[in-house]
Design a protein around this ligand. Structure first.
Ligand SMILES: [Zn+2]
Length: 99
């Protein structure tokens, strides 16, 4: 997620050219251009679960080591899917953003 340097509002993708993305502030309309790769990376960071949460999840299902391993695996998979969905949405936003 990108935030507006002026007002701190959320910057949404508003266009793209030559591997760069134009972001527009939803609050004040301030525009800035960033590398597309940088935006994708931010989205990945956004979906990462903090280390502590992960530990809590692990201890909560600690009855039976086999089950815990499977749950963790499923969770990893869900996280991957979630990330893919986010990136897909970003892609659609950029491709269909010329209304
Ligand atoms: Zn702003």
């Amino acid at each position: 997620m990108q935030f507006c340097p002026k007002c701190g509002g959320i910057m949404m993708p508003a266009g793209r050219s030559d591997g760069k993305i134009m972001l527009k502030c939803t609050r004040c309309g301030h525009e800035m251009v960033v590398e597309a790769a940088a935006v994708s990376r931010d989205f990945v960071i956004e979906t990462r679960v903090p280390q502590e949460e992960r530990v809590i999840t692990t201890s909560r299902v600690s009855s039976g080591g086999r089950r815990r391993a499977r749950d963790l695996e499923e969770w990893e998979q869900e996280r991957e899917e979630y990330r893919e969905i986010l990136l897909e949405q970003l892609q659609q936003e950029l491709e269909g953003g010329e209304e």
